[in-house]
Every structure is written in C-alpha cells, then in structure tokens.
Design a protein around this ligand. Structure first.
Ligand code: NAP
Length: 339
C-alpha cells in the first residue's frame, strides 16, 4: 500500500566540524518501502529538534551510535501509523518514538516507541514538549534525581529553554528557591514573570568573574543543587558558589557541543565541598515515561505548569530551525512541523 508514496528525508552528508553548516545535510526524496515482518510505517507529523542531535552527528562513542553518513538524521517524532505488521500498533494510532527527520519512517518498534493518547494532551505537540522527552527530562531529573526541598537553593542553566523552564517550575512546586541563568533580558524577564523563578541571571556579555559575581548576588545563601544544561564558563562560575554536600547533575553541556571540551577549572570546589557530580540521561527512566507524561499533563491541566513551543514549518526548514538552538533564538521547545 505504500509503494507509490514518496518520502522526503533530512540526510547527513558530512560530519560537522564545529558549528554545522547547511552543506553538511541534504534533502532526499525516495519511495517509501513496504514494511517487512515486525515493521510499521509511520507518517511523521512533527519532529523534535534537540541539542542532543548535534552529538549524534559526530563519529564518537556515546549513549547512541552516531548517525551514519547518508542516513536521515535521528530525532524524536510523533506521527500516525499508516501500515503495520505489529499487533500492538494499528493503522490510525498516534505514536511517539526515536525515529528520523523524514515524512515517513519504516521501523521495527523499539523500547522508545509507544502509542500516545492525544486526547490527554492540550495538543499533539505536547508529546514532544511538556509531556515528551524534554518535559520528562525535567520531571525525572527534579523529582527522582535532585529531589529539591524547601530551604534549598537550586540553580539551573539554560533556564529559559524547554528543559530549564520546566526544571525551575517543578523545583518551585517542591518548595525550593530557584535561580536561572539565561541569555538576554527578555528571557530573564520570562523566567520571573512566566515561570515564577525567584531570580534570573543574564550570562550574555559576562566573563567568568562577572558571571560569578552575578551568581553570588542571586544566591546569597550559596547553591545546594545545580541542574546543569550548558557547561563552560557558566559551570565554572557556578562551582564557586556551591555549598557543602552540594549535588550537581550534568543534564547537558550545550556550550561545548560545537567546540572542543572547555575543560572545567574549578573542580577543586567539588572536592573542598565534598560535593557530588552525577551524569543524567532521561533514558534511565524510559519504562516510566507514560507515568511521567500523565503527571505532567495533570499539572498543566491544573494550571500549575506552563510550557512554550517554538514550531517551524516544513522539512525544508530543518537546518535553520536546528541552528536556532545554538543561537538561542528559540522561544520554547523547538519543534518542526513535517506534514
Ligand atoms: N540528559 C538528557 O537526557 C537530556 C535530555 C534533553 C535535553 N538535554 C540537554 O538539556 C539542555 C537544554 O536542552 P533543550 O532541549 O531544553 O534546549 P533549549 O534550552 O530549548 O534550547 C537551547 C538553548 O541553549 C542555550 N544555549 C545555546 N548555546 C549556548 C551557549 N554557547 N552558551 C549558553 N547557552 C547556550 C540557548 O539559550 P540562551 O538564549 O539562554 O543562550 C538556547 O536557546 C541541552 O544541553 C540538552 O542537550 C539533556
């Protein structure tokens, strides 16, 4: 039934050196193959453009294999099953999974692929934002890993972004004092006015010393919990203000994705404060994603959690939309509308 359908894919042509350039990718049109045994065909409606994609473009060992040259770029998508040779997926079902940036994906469902009930969501795209991987990253990172308590100060970097804005709100719901670092006065105002942070720090135009000074002012009682999304000089400046037994989770290091690793200089602060640094991947909690999505949907419906989406139209816009993540010009979860 699929043999006369054409697919358009966003394909990796060459591995980026530093910041990706447009010629690292191409759009490719190919026929949609019929699904084999154990496979389904998904018509992808939306793709999630995530900073993590940048890491998958490098030929380096990581938690997922690199995207092969000539293959469509990997991304989380939501879409509708068009054809299925798998009993638990029926044509017409909405599904979410780790697929590729393309109109149609022919895949054997893995652990990441599951049906989604769009009647539970304010919009289908919520499964790529608040109720999807970024919301779940914040949910499990805050409630299962960090567990902030009243009286504690939590600092989050990349605070106005998809993950950071939810981390701050979820930590506030647990009673912590929340401070965010973000780029620009508009984003900092949004941290306070829309997401309810206690204080905001604009990192733009500040060197490590100036940033450290601003963090010290915003965190007069020091920092108990660090939710790190950015790395680089911001993490170094943050470490100068951690309290004894502080806990730091490394969720992302976006400032280092397009350059050689920065090389954190203030690790001595971890030592003298007997602090803990822990790496964190949301995939640690993959078997609890439906539970997390339901809990987030409940908070959204009660008006206790707000989220923002930045939706760009069309697969032809993929490169420009992806680059917004590194320019900081996305205003909320970056999503690509494919169909
Ligand atoms: N561990 C996990 O399982 C997991 C899952 C999802 C995401 N993450 C990580 O979480 C972080 C945030 O992801 P997201 O999806 O929520 O993206 P996002 O925050 O919505 O968008 C990326 C933001 O990062 C900031 N940024 C980009 N380059 C920067 C630089 N050189 N220095 C400082 N800030 C920079 C920009 O905000 P400003 O305007 O404020 O600069 C930009 O808007 C990323 O590091 C990502 O890799 C981790």
């Amino acid at each position: 039934m699929t043999s006369n359908m054409m697919n358009r894919s966003f394909v990796l042509v060459s591995r980026p050196k530093g910041m990706p350039v447009e010629s690292d990718f191409r759009l490719e049109d190919t026929p949609v193959p019929n699904p084999g045994p154990g496979e389904i065909v998904i018509r992808n409606h939306y793709a999630s453009l995530d900073p993590a994609i940048r890491g998958w473009l490098d030929d380096a060992p990581s938690y997922l294999p690199p995207v092969a040259l000539g293959d469509p770029v990997r991304a989380s998508t939501i879409g509708v099953v068009e054809a299925s040779n798998v009993d638990r997926f029926k044509p017409g079902d909405w599904v979410m999974g780790l697929n590729r940036i393309e109109h149609y994906s022919v895949v054997a469902p893995d652990d990441f692929m599951h049906p989604i009930d769009i009647s539970l969501a304010p919009s289908p795209t919520a499964y790529l934002s608040a109720m999807g991987a970024v919301g779940l990253t914040a949910w499990f990172g805050v409630n299962d890993v960090m567990k902030p308590e009243p009286g504690q100060t939590l600092l989050v970097s990349g605070a106005a972004g998809a993950v950071g804005s939810m981390v701050g709100q979820l930590a506030k719901l647990r009673g912590a004092r929340v401070v965010g670092i973000a780029g620009g006065t508009e984003k900092c105002a949004r941290l306070i006015d829309r997401y309810g942070f206690d204080a905001a720090i604009d990192y733009r135009g500040k060197d490590a010393d100036a940033l450290s000074g601003a963090i010290g002012e915003a965190c007069p009682d020091g920092i108990d919990l660090v939710y790190e999304n950015v790395g680089g000089i911001g993490l170094d400046a943050t470490l100068m203000h951690i309290n004894p037994y502080a806990r730091i989770i490394l969720c992302g290091l976006i400032s280092e994705y397009n350059s050689a690793p920065y090389g954190t200089r203030n690790l001595w602060r971890v030592l003298v404060n007997t602090a803990t640094i822990r790496g964190y991947l949301v995939s640690e909690f993959v078997d609890r994603f439906p539970e997390g999505s339901r809990a987030i949907a409940q908070l959204v419906s009660e008006g206790k959690l707000v989220f923002d989406e930045h939706i760009e139209e069309g697969i032809d816009s993929t490169y420009r939309a992806f680059m917004r993540l590194f320019e900081g010009s996305n205003q909320g979860k970056m999503i690509l509308k494919l169909i």
